[in-house]
Unconditional design. Structure first.
Length: 80
């Protein structure tokens, strides 16, 4: 490695808005990194994320293609 071209990689403390703190390493200047959200409070990692079906998309899809499937089945039955 060449000397003098790489940033200083040192230990920093990460402080989240929820109050959680942890140690990591970074190239930022300073010893404290403030973040708004971390893995301790993010809904995806905590399991509190809610998956919602907007406007009944799944039901609309099944209704739409159920009629088409019935038509295909009727045509196959008529050919036999």
């Amino acid at each position: 490695m060449k000397d003098g071209i790489h940033p200083d990689y040192h230990a920093v403390t990460v402080h989240c808005a929820c109050g959680h703190t942890f140690q990591t390493r970074s190239t930022i200047k300073g010893q404290l990194l403030r973040v708004e959200i971390c893995s301790s409070c993010h809904p995806f990692f905590t399991g509190k994320q809610k998956l919602i079906d907007t406007a009944g998309r799944v039901e609309r899809f099944t209704r739409k293609y159920a009629q088409a499937a019935e038509k295909v089945a009727a045509e196959k039955a008529a050919k036999k």
